[in-house]
Design a protein around this ligand. Structure first.
Ligand code: A3P
Length: 285
């Protein structure tokens, strides 16, 4: 269906997920041509779950030795230019759409995934879509956005199936897929940064701990710090619509849904989440 707002792209159902033609072609290209390297790090997310934040954190973790923390090192957030290896790649593509040579071979590459309470994802997406909407397109109501999201009709949706794919992979191959939540990173940023570093095989040394490098990284990647830098330049340039860096920074909070969703909406969304994630050993609370 062709719909409105950020949902205005023409979405197609491809291998169980709603996607626009660009990532569908992208996933076909990955399937046919992409040669993963064992050192590749893939930051994977569903849109609006903290992509920008996680990219900045992982980039800082792996490049910290080359950083002068006083010199705004994230201004150079272009992994290919700064350091060719390890490659840091970022995608919204669902886990099941990657070729087996990437997912079944434990030494092929690693994934760091972040997800977020779908109620906050919906609110974030709704604001984002209306911000990016061309003038001639009427705003998308929250009710319409809610309905589409619950039906799974949103970029890379159904949201819950996206989460499930990465969750299952993280349980089956914990050395290959690290599963994080936005809520955990907000609550325990230092612990999460240490966890990511360990997962990537670059744990913080005692000397770095003494120098408070973990704290420096968290500060460098904070909402305030990132929103003042042009870290999403490449995304903005690629887009056909006018996207600015500031569009990726709205509130950066957990639980903003209380200010937007009706009790009925909350109940419905929680019900879908319970149903979809039943018995897997993970939920958003
Ligand atoms: P809100 O719209 O709820 O504020 P993505 O990068 O995947 O597009 O996700 C965007 C969401 O992440 C936005 O959520 C944005 O404010 C939030 N965000 C971006 N950088 C952040 C940071 N450093 N810390 C916390 N939240 C951040």
């Amino acid at each position: 269906p062709r719909s409105k707002g950020w949902w205005l792209d023409e979405l197609f159902q491809y291998q169980g997920f709603w996607m626009s033609s660009f990532p569908i072609r992208g996933s076909m290209l990955i399937n046919d041509h992409f040669k993963p390297r064992p050192t590749d790090i893939i930051v994977a997310t569903s849109p609006k779950c903290g992509t920008t934040w996680l990219r900045a954190l992982v980039f800082s973790i792996i490049n910290r030795a080359a950083f002068d923390f006083n010199d705004h090192p994230l201004r150079k957030l272009n992994p290919q230019e700064l350091l060719p290896s390890p490659r840091l790649l970022s995608t919204h593509i669902p886990y099941s759409l990657f070729p087996k040579r990437m997912t079944d071979d434990t030494s092929a590459c690693r994934f760091v995934y972040i997800c977020r309470d779908p109620k906050d994802v919906l609110v974030s997406k709704w604001h984002f879509s209306n911000k990016l909407r061309p003038k001639e397109v009427p705003p998308l109501s929250l009710e319409e956005a809610f309905d589409l999201f619950c039906k799974g009709v949103s970029h890379y949706g159904p949201f819950w199936d996206h989460v499930l794919g990465y969750w299952k992979a993280s349980v089956e191959s914990p050395k290959k897929v690290l599963f994080l939540t936005y809520e955990d990173v907000k609550k325990e940023p230092l612990g999460c940064v240490r966890k990511v570093a360990e997962f990537l095989g670059v744990p913080f040394s005692q000397e770095e701990e003494n120098r408070k490098t973990v704290e420096e990284i968290v500060k460098l990647c904070s909402f305030e710090s990132l929103s003042n830098l042009d870290v999403n330049q490449s995304v903005a340039k690629r887009s056909e619509r006018p996207v600015s860096n500031s569009d990726f920074f709205r509130k950066g909070e957990v639980g903003d849904w209380v200010n937007h969703l009706s009790p009925e909406m909350v109940e419905k969304m929680n019900q879908i989440t319970e149903q979809k994630l039943q018995g897997i050993g993970f939920n958003f609370h």
